[in-house]
Design a protein around this ligand. Structure first.
Ligand code: SAM
Length: 316
């Protein structure tokens, strides 16, 4: 028996040419309209109760290639411009990515930066708690269902990222070479810092909502300690109230580009009845207090005194 809850029910979906997901079926759209519209107060209440009572597990490994194209555009544009205000620079950009599951997220980012920031020298240091996920990420070979089950897959991304070998999709050697994978526990702050810190870009996505709130708070603190003086944190997939509070307390400022779209793309991976699962998230509600901070997924660390803001810092 494996130690993780695997997603045997991944099913390949059609690939698109554009960057919008094909429309969902009528039934799914009707349910989403209902729960995100007239039944929203009920859904919000049920989700709050669920979060109070549910038992968390670190065994969920759901992931997807090209999980949020809008977030990748933000990363390859304003975030990299902020991290490299003088251009690509000579030194390598180290990206620390925890909770990498089967590696889909790490290879997605590697492929996207390779294509859209070809001048950038970067390396992704990926890790996961479970050795079996580390082994799968290192193998970098996937079934069609693992590659094609997400709603946003495009032909361009497929050819940039994979070589098809029989029934398998094998990550291209030039993309594979950008990613290292090892075992690491997000909750082991000291070891995390000794191995990965300080890093200009830290990615911890869709894992904190699987932890009980006190553990999520500890993990968040461990992540912020990893941040270099000029750094950004990508942190989709955690309790929204908690993220708003912890990012504000840490002095992190949200990148505002496409916040709404990125949030909605994240929700495309949960069922219409999002309130029934701990990893579900409310729809984008513009009347919430400080919606940009609440729904953002990428934040920049406060610049140290020695750092003067530059043109690359504008428009955040
Ligand atoms: C839902 S997957 C998210 C994968 C990927 N980050 C994404 O966004 O698609 C959550 C992953 O977090 C890992 N995980 C859970 N607890 C962890 C911990 N304490 N330290 C490191 N990884 C952990 C799980 O093994 C799983 O692979």
């Amino acid at each position: 028996m494996t130690e993780t809850l695997d997603y045997a029910d991944y099913v390949a979906r059609p690939v698109t040419d554009g960057d919008r997901a094909p429309a969902a079926g009528l039934g799914e759209r009707a349910l989403r309209t209902l729960y995100d519209g007239p039944l929203l107060p009920y859904a919000l209440l049920r989700h709050r109760l669920l979060l109070r009572r549910c038992r968390h597990t670190d065994r969920h490994t759901y992931t997807a290639f090209l999980r949020s194209p809008a977030q990748l555009r933000l990363l390859a544009g304003p975030v990299i411009d902020f991290l490299r205000p003088g251009g690509a620079g000579d030194d390598r950009l180290d990206i620390v990515l925890v909770a990498c599951s089967n590696g889909a997220e790490a290879y997605t980012i590697a492929s996207w930066l390779h294509r859209h920031r070809p001048e950038l020298d970067f390396r992704i240091r990926a890790s996961d708690l479970h050795p079996e996920m580390v082994a799968r990420a290192r193998a970098a070979r996937y079934s069609a269902a693992e590659v094609l089950h997400g709603p946003f897959m495009t032909r361009a991304f497929l050819s940039d990222t994979f070589i098809e070998q029989g029934a398998e999709f094998v990550v291209r050697p030039e993309i594979r070479a950008r990613v290292e994978v090892e075992q690491a526990d997000l909750l082991d702050a000291e070891r995390l810092r000794a191995r990965f810190g300080p890093a200009p870009l830290v990615v911890a996505q869709n894992v904190l909502f699987h932890l009980p709130e006190p553990a999520a708070e500890r993990a968040f603190a461990a992540l912020t300690v990893l941040l270099a003086p000029r750094a950004a944190l990508m942190v989709a997939g955690m309790n929204l109230d908690l993220r708003a509070r912890l990012t504000a307390e840490a002095g992190l400022a949200p990148f505002a580009q496409d916040v709404r779209r990125i949030h909605q793309e994240g929700r495309a991976h949960t069922p219409p009845h999002w309130w029934r699962v701990p990893w579900g998230a409310e729809p984008y509600l513009p009347l919430r207090r400080d919606p940009v901070r609440r729904y953002a997924t990428v934040y920049r660390a406060p610049l140290h005194d020695a750092e003067t803001p530059t043109r690359g810092d504008a428009g955040i």
